[in-house]
Design a protein around this ligand. Sequence first.
Ligand code: DP6
Length: 361
Amino acid sequence: MTNSDFQGSALTTALTEPVSVSWQSPSNIALVKYWGKKGRQLPVNPSLSMTLSKAVTETKLTAFPRNADGDISLDFWFEGSQDNTFGERMCTFLQSVTDIFPWLAQVNLKLETHNTFPHSAGIASSASAFSALALCLCSLEAELCGVMLSESEFRFKASYVARLGSGSACRSLFPGFTMWGLSKSLPGSSDFLAVPVTEVHPVFETLRDTILIVNQNKKPVSSTEGHSRMTGHPFAEARIKQAGKNTSDLLEALKTGDKHNFCRIVENEAFTLHALMMTSDSAFMLMLPETIYIISRIQEARKEKGLHICFTLDAGPNIHLLYFEDQFEQVNKLIVEELLKNNEQNMRIDDLYGNGPVKTA
Ligand code: DP6
């Protein structure tokens, strides 16, 4: 699959007035981790995530008439202010998809975006940001060039485009559980775009994710940089094999409602991600003492109190505590009385299983 499979049209008549579209798109939390790339933003192993509900990016994209074609012309606004750093990343991304959206060179663009969650809170903002932008691009293309796609073609195209901006973003296009990366365990899976996991026991629709903030500082090593440390990693081959097995085991656990195996696989993946960082060339460690304290308490509480809880981590020190709706009260007590008790930040974000992106205008 290449960009030409998704190639769109150019404008046939010049734009005479501004046209806007808006989307709200969620972040997602990886349960099997994408870690390592090949080719043009393709994953070295399959990954599987849960789409979140409350952590969303709201994006409005407007196309204005332009006199002459040229490079991307972008006016970028983040949280109500012009932002050059993120704007440059967005601009580079838009430049890279002009073969898919030739009309991008024929309009002036204004992109306004804001998040419902604090920056650097351990929520993947690039996943929600690039999925929202990809959806806006596909919608604007429909408005400007009359490209008509079915609902599923539209989502798959948006997933393909989002991937080119940030790998994990391609998984945010669908409700619930989503998989990205070719795997024999899921027919239709692909390295180029994500697909929804549809065989899911209803108990997993009651999953909650409370993010326990340990530290909000900017990460010393970005995810993109972290991925590159997998090239030539001494454990790369074993990791790819393990991710394949964890993916197929997790699909089975999701199908059968097996909470025990779900927790086992999710924690194995979180530990592996951080172990890979710590054993790469120019090794680095993103966990902090508080992270380790909270992980230990979660594991003890699971045994002592018989709770179905587990943790996962992104490429950072903050903990995603996963549990089920029916144990909300006991888990909430644990969070308040033990997990956050000595935590200086003392901050949490309560999120849950989400239903996917929403078109808002
Ligand atoms: C640890 O998708 O942020 O969160 O493709 O370079 O933008 P880029 O990386 P990104 O990597 C996410 C890594 C992860 C695991 C995951 O979400 O699967």
